[in-house]
Design a protein around this ligand. Sequence first.
Ligand SMILES: NC(=O)c1ccc[n+]([C@@H]2O[C@H](COP(=O)([O-])OP(=O)(O)OC[C@H]3O[C@@H](n4cnc5c(N)ncnc54)[C@H](OP(=O)(O)O)[C@@H]3O)[C@@H](O)[C@H]2O)c1
Length: 273
Amino acid sequence: MDFHDRNVIVTGGSSGIGKATAKLLVRRGANVAIIARRQALLDAALTELEAERVNRAQLFQACAADLSDWEQAQSSVSTVTAGGRVPDVLINCAGMARPGYFEELSVEIFRQTMDVDFFGTLYPCKLVAPMMMERGSGHIVNFSSGAGFLGVFGYTAYSAAKFAIRGFSDVLRSELKPYGVGVSIVFPPDTDTPQLLEENKYKPLETERISGTIKPVQPEQVAKAVVRAIEKNKYLVIPNFELSLFYALTNGVQGFVRWYFDRVIASARKERG
Ligand SMILES: NC(=O)c1ccc[n+]([C@@H]2O[C@H](COP(=O)([O-])OP(=O)(O)OC[C@H]3O[C@@H](n4cnc5c(N)ncnc54)[C@H](OP(=O)(O)O)[C@@H]3O)[C@@H](O)[C@H]2O)c1
């Protein structure tokens, strides 16, 4: 995909990986809308995006909304798609992580993590995918985590939500493929962002020992991998070697399963007419 003059929505685009991805896409000529909750961060990010513009016609927008709330998700997506601006790319980067021992994490933390990470990804997909399907093109990127395919100590709440995103994205990919809409799932390793700083305040020692063996990557490295995956319509995005190795060892057969299911689905759709 050539990003010049394309319309991109980045949820969580006011910070960390989302902001790095939004900036990279601005440098490639895209029109970028970011959605997150805090207005001050959105305003600051918008100024940074404007500083990266490569042509005068590029449009930028920042919309404040809590994407774990269906009504706010609806109104923010309708704001950024107003005037028939159908998105070419939706990047669902908004998320949170709250590690801790299972017995110490409240039910509210489990619910909030599922609301923000899973429903905050589902809602924009639910709103944007039908527009892309009708047009017959587009690309959706969902953010899981290394903890979305490996059960990591201390992440009962986060892993549950990130595994849910993985299951959802696996199915979404195969259902949207016949409509010409691509889906990618990103499994970032620890990345040097405000989320990681916040998480580190709560990590049990056991979690630190596991994740401490891998040096955090920079958000720009993840952003580059995301943009490359959209360009190549690649489903699986794992931005560093160690995590790719873990994935190959634990889930290596998944590529074959996707290929096999796609063939069965294509033949069933032919049969249906
Ligand atoms: N950093 C890592 O080590 C790491 C590793 C694996 C996966 N990930 C995943 O990568 C994605 C990006 O993480 P990051 O590290 O870049 O985080 P970050 O710097 O904390 O940014 C998170 C973004 O999401 C927004 N957000 C959070 N809750 C929201 C809500 N309810 N509604 C709308 N926006 C919301 C935040 O803005 P507001 O707070 O103002 O809303 C912010 O813009 C997340 O899905 C995260 O789980 C991160």
